[in-house]
Ligand binder design. Structure first.
Ligand code: SAH
Length: 246
């Protein structure tokens, strides 16, 4: 946790709102649970220790530990800077198995991807759509872990699209920004490097896209691109593609 993420409800000051917290004046938060445990066991934080903190969807700054014990930590917080800029990147991800999903959600948040669409495709196992990992609280938990790693506060938007054909037919124009690419190992076009401007990238499931699906994406303006003959796992393909494209 490189950044301790704070919720409005953590603040002691009455009626702490995003607006009133934005003035950079010191405020106090009380932390319990997971974040307290992390402060004690990983940071070994003691009184006087200064930590990097950020308000969810707000600014980042510093938090000085005023008191800390097994029950609670009280920090004096000053929020002064904006969070790091996001990438202009939309990731269309065929819904992976729940364990991979958790990793990719964290990774997407850490890398600064602002918008993620979890979509269906032929080789997505139907049971994955029933996973409790798709509940909004579970999605948010993974995104926050990723933001804490990356030092960001702005929670990425995650959208579920359970039907691929209607998604592409009816909604892709409103979702896709900039250049449209679909990652497919057997594509003949090598994946470009350092593309300027907004990007939308579609990724396949563990078993890959069907040729018919790649054609469907092409009809909606997507160019199939490859990183070469090596087949990467989804959680390897995401950072490799984002690193190469941005
Ligand atoms: N057996 C599958 C591999 C799927 S890997 C196949 O042959 O297609 C899961 C997804 O990661 C792929 O659908 C693709 O979007 C992306 N990916 C993995 N390796 C890649 C590579 N070398 N080039 C482009 N995309 C890749």
């Amino acid at each position: 946790m490189n950044l301790v993420l704070l919720e409005e409800a953590d603040f002691e000051e009455a009626a702490a709102s995003l607006a009133s917290l934005a003035d950079g004046a010191p405020r106090h938060v009380v932390l319990t649970g997971r974040r307290l445990l992390h402060l004690r066991t990983v940071h070994r934080a003691e009184q006087g220790r200064e930590l990097r903190v950020g308000l969810i969807d707000g600014r980042v700054g510093s938090g000085v530990v005023e008191t800390i014990d097994a029950e609670r930590a009280r920090l004096r917080v000053t929020l002064t800077e904006p969070p790091p800029a996001k990438l202009d990147f939309t990731l269309l991800l065929s819904l992976p198995r729940p364990k991979t999903l958790r990793r990719v959600l964290q990774m997407a948040a850490t890398l600064g991807i602002p918008h993620l669409v979890l979509m269906n495709s032929w080789r997505v196992e139907k049971s994955y759509w029933k996973s409790p990992q798709l509940h909004s609280a579970a999605l948010r938990e993974q995104l926050l872990l990723g933001l804490e790693q990356g030092g960001d506060t702005v929670v990425p938007q995650v959208e579920l699209q359970r039907l691929l054909v209607p998604f592409l037919r009816d909604e892709i124009e409103g979702v896709a920004r900039g250049e449209r690419l679909i990652a497919h190992p057997s594509a003949t076009t090598p994946c470009p490097r350092h593309v300027d401007g907004p990007l939308t990238l579609a990724l396949g499931p563990e078993g890959g896209f069907l040729a018919e699906e790649v054609e469907l994406f092409e009809r909606h303006g997507f160019t199939p691109v490859s990183l070469g003959a090596r087949l990467l796992r989804v959680e390897q393909a995401v950072p490799a593609l984002v690193g190469r494209l941005t």
